[in-house]
Ligand binder design. Structure first.
Ligand code: C2E
Ligand code: MG
Ligand code: MG
Length: 606
C-alpha cells in the first residue's frame, strides 16, 4: 500500500503541469452511450461522468472536480479500488497510451463485489506532447466472471452434495503425498474409500430426486463425523472418499471408518419415505505403507472396499489383512468396554484377583506384606481378555478413568474385608494408569474412599509406571503430591523398561520400585543381566526406596535376589494372582505360599 501511495505522489508531482480541461459541454455526446464513461483531467479529477457511470445527477454534482477516492467513499466501495485505478491512470498519462485492466469493486457496505473491464484513454494535445484529459471506458464483467467461477466450481465440486469431486480428490491426494515426501517422510495419511450399500434400490424404487436427497444427507452425516482437517469427496455415483491427514496410528483410521459406518444405523427419512437398508462399506489404505502414488492407493483402497462388499457389506477393511484383524479386535474391546461402563455391569464382568507381595523376614522366613490387585475381565462375546491387552486400549480410548474408580473402590473394600477378618499387617497395591494419575478426579475418588471406608492411607499403595509421570509432568506431580499428602504410598511399576531418568526417580515421591519381570526372567541367560538386576537393586537402595522384584518364578531367581539384598518379591514361585477367597486361605495359612523345597519356618500370625 505504501508503495502504491509513493508512486502516486511521484506521478502527481510530475504531472502537475499537465493542463486541465474544463470543456464539459463537449463531453455531452457521451451521455447516452451504453457503457460507463468518465472523463478526468490530468490530475485525476472528474470532469464528466455519463449516465451509465453515475445516473444520479446530485451525486454527479458532488463528484465533479473530485477524485476516485471520493467516488469510492460516496459509493461505499473499498478504498483499495481507487488506489489501484490510480496506478493505471498514471501509467496511461506517462506512456501517453491506452491502458486496459480488470477492476474489482468491493461494495463493502452492500456486501457485494462487481467486476469491470476498464480502459484509460489519454487524449493528447495537437503536438502530442501534453495530455489534455483522460477518458475512462468501462463495462460490467460481473456476469461473465461469476459464470467462469461457476464453471470452475462445477469442475471441482459435486453439485448434488456440495462436496469436492473426483478431480479435486486426486489433486488433493497428490498434493498431500508430495508435501509429505518433502516435509515429513514419517507422516501417515489414511484414505478411506466408502461405498454406499444398496443405493441403487433407492434410485430404482423412489426415483433420482429422492436419491439425490439421500446422497446429500449421506454427505452431511459423514461430514459430521470428521474433523476440520479431514477431507471428504464424492467420486461419483455411490462412492465417497475421505482423506485423514497426520494420523498417529493406523487404528485411528479404523475408528473413523467405524464411526462413519455407525452413522447409517439411523434410517434416512426423506419426505414420506423411510429408508433403512442403506449401509456403508469402507476400504482403508495407509500412505505410504499401502501405496506410494495416488493411483496405487486408490486401487488398493478400492480393492479393500470390494472385499467388504463381497462379504457382508456394512463394515470396513484395511488393505492389509493383518491390520484389519488387529483393528477389529481393538474395536470389539472398545465396544464391549463401553457397554460394561454404560450398563455399570462391573460386578458381572470384572473380577479382582490378588497376588501376594512377599517380604523376607529372616533366613527362610517369609510373610505376606501386601496384595496387588489385578483385574480380570470375562466378557460374553470375547471370553477372558488379559489386562495386559485391554488396559492399554482402555487408556488410549479414554475409558480407563470410568472404570478405574470401580477398581479402586472394589480393591479397598476387599482389603478392608480381608484385614478385618484376618487381622494382619498388610497393604493393598492398586495399579493406576497414566490417565488416571493425570486426572484430579482420581484424587477426589481416593480421598472419598479413605473417608468412607476408614482404610489407613498408609496401607494403600498406588502402582504407576515410569512413563506416567514423564508425560504431562505438572498435573501428574501435583496429583501425586496431593495423594502423598493424604498418606498414600507410590510404587514405580515395571521399573527399568520405561526410560525414566534418575532425575525423575529422585523427584517423585515414590516409596518403592518394582523391578520389571523381564529383568528377572532373563537373569539366567547372561551374567550381564544379573549385573543389571544387581545395579537396579543398588540404585533403589541408594535412593532409599523399597525394592520389590516382580516375576520371581524359581528358586535360582530368589537365591540371587536374596544374595543381593532384595527383600521383597512377587511371582509365581510364591503364588499366581488368585481370587479373593483363595487369597484369604493364604492369609489363614502363610505356609501355603512358601516356596517349595525351602525350609519352612512357621510364621506367627499377628
Ligand atoms: P503389572 O502391574 O506389572 O502386574 C504384574 C503382572 O505380572 C500380572 O499380569 C501378573 O499376573 C504377572 N505376573 C506376576 N508374577 C509373575 C511371574 O512370576 N511370571 C509371569 N510370567 N508373570 C507374572 P496381569 O495380571 O496379566 O496384568 C498385566 C498388567 O495389566 C499389569 O502389569 C498392569 O500393568 C495391568 N493391570 C492389571 N490390572 C490392572 C488394574 O486393575 N488397573 C490398571 N490400571 N492396570 C492393571
Ligand atoms: Mg502392577
Ligand atoms: Mg509390573
Amino acid at each position: 500500500m505504501k508503495r502504491i501511495l509513493n508512486k502516486i505522489s511521484d506521478y502527481k508531482k510530475s504531472m502537475s503541469n499537465v493542463k486541465q480541461s474544463s470543456e464539459h459541454s463537449v463531453f455531452q455526446e457521451y451521455e447516452h452511450i451504453p457503457m460507463e464513461i468518465a472523463i478526468y483531467n490530468a490530475q485525476g479529477e472528474y470532469l464528466y461522468m455519463n449516465y451509465q457511470y453515475l445516473p444520479d445527477p446530485d451525486e454527479k454534482a458532488l463528484l465533479i472536480g473530485k477524485s476516485d477516492r471520493d467516488y469510492c467513499q460516496l459509493k461505499g466501495i473499498g478504498i483499495e479500488s481507487a488506489l489501484e485505478r490510480k496506478l493505471f491512470f498514471y501509467e496511461a498519462i506517462e506512456k501517453k497510451k491506452t491502458v486496459q485492466f480488470t477492476e474489482k469493486l468491493n461494495y463493502t457496505e452492500k456486501g457485494k463485489i462487481l467486476y469491470f473491464k476498464r480502459i484509460f484513454k489519454p487524449v493528447l494535445s495537437k503536438d502530442g506532447k501534453e495530455v489534455l484529459y483522460v477518458i475512462l471506458f468501462g463495462s460490467n464483467l460481473t456476469a461473465i466472471i461469476l459464470a467462469q467461477k461457476e464453471l470452475k466450481y462445477l469442475a471441482y465440486f459435486d453439485k448434488v452434495t456440495g462436496l469436492k469431486n473426483r478431480d479435486a480428490f486426486y489433486q488433493e491426494l497428490d498434493r498431500i503425498i508430495l508435501e509429505s515426501a518433502r516435509t515429513d517422510p514419517q507422516r501417515m495419511v489414511a484414505v478411506l474409500f466408502c461405498g454406499l450399500d444398496n443405493f441403487k434400490m433407492v434410485n430404482d424404487s423412489l426415483g433420482h430426486a429422492v436419491g439425490d436427497l439421500v446422497l446429500k444427507e449421506v454427505a452431511e452425516r459423514m461430514n459430521r463425523m470428521l474433523r476440520a482437517t479431514d477431507y471428504m469427496f464424492r467420486l461419483g455415483g455411490d462412492e465417497f472418499t475421505v482423506i485423514i491427514q497426520n494420523i498417529k496410528n493406523e487404528y485411528d483410521a479404523g475408528q473413523v471408518a467405524e464411526k462413519l459406518i455407525q452413522e447409517f444405523d439411523q434410517p434416512f427419512v426423506i419426505g414420506a419415505h423411510e429408508i433403512n437398508y442403506l449401509s456403508l462399506s469402507v476400504g482403508v489404505v495407509i500412505f505410504p505403507r499401502d501405496g506410494k502414488s495416488s493411483e496405487e492407493l486408490v486401487r488398493n483402497a478400492d480393492a479393500a472396499m470390494y472385499n467388504v462388499k463381497n462379504r457382508e457389506k456394512n463394515d470396513f477393511q484395511f488393505f492389509s489383512e493383518e491390520m484389519t484383524q488387529l483393528t477389529n479386535d481393538r474395536l470389539k474391546i472398545v465396544r464391549n468396554l463401553k457397554s460394561v461402563i454404560s450398563k455399570k455391569d462391573y460386578e458381572n464382568q470384572f473380577k479382582l484377583f490378588y497376588q501376594p507381595i512377599i517380604e523376607k523376614e529372616k533366613e527362610g522366613n517369609y510373610r505376606i506384606a501386601g496384595s496387588e490387585a489385578l483385574i480380570r475381565w470375562t466378557n460374553p462375546e470375547l471370553g477372558q481378555v488379559s489386562p495386559a491387552h485391554f488396559i492399554p486400549i482402555a487408556e488410549e480410548s479414554n475409558l480407563i478413568n470410568q472404570f478405574g474408580s470401580w477398581i479402586l473402590e472394589k480393591s479397598i473394600n476387599d482389603f478392608i474385608h480381608m484385614t478385618e477378618k484376618h487381622k494382619q499387617n498388610l497393604y493393598v497395591s492398586v495399579n493406576l494408569s497414566a490417565k488416571q494419575l493425570r486426572s484430579s478426579q482420581t484424587v477426589k475418588t481416593i480421598a472419598q474412599l479413605i473417608k468412607h471406608t476408614g482404610i489407613n492411607p498408609q496401607h494403600l499403595q498406588l502402582e504407576i509406571t515410569e512413563t506416567s509421570y514423564m508425560e504431562d509432568e505438572s498435573n501428574t506431580i501435583d496429583n501425586m503430591n496431593a495423594l502423598t499428602d493424604l498418606g498414600c504410598n507410590f510404587a514405580i511399576d515395571d521399573f527399568g523398561v520405561g526410560f525414566a531418568s534418575l532425575v525423575y526417580l529422585q523427584k517423585i515421591p515414590a516409596k518403592s520400585i518394582k523391578i520389571d519381570r523381564s529383568f528377572i526372567n532373563c537373569m539366567g541367560a547372561d551374567t550381564k543381566n544379573k549385573e543389571l538386576v544387581k545395579s537396579i537393586i543398588q540404585i533403589g537402595q541408594n535412593l532409599n526406596k523399597d525394592v520389590i522384584a516382580e516375576g520371581v518364578e524359581d528358586l535360582t531367581h530368589l537365591d540371587f535376589l536374596e544374595d543381593n539384598c532384595c527383600r521383597k518379591f512377587q511371582g509365581y514361585l510364591f503364588s499366581k494372582p488368585v481370587a479373593l477367597d483363595q487369597f484369604e486361605t493364604y492369609l489363614a495359612d502363610h505356609q501355603m505360599i512358601m516356596p517349595v523345597n525351602r525350609p519352612v519356618i512357621d510364621y506367627p500370625k499377628n
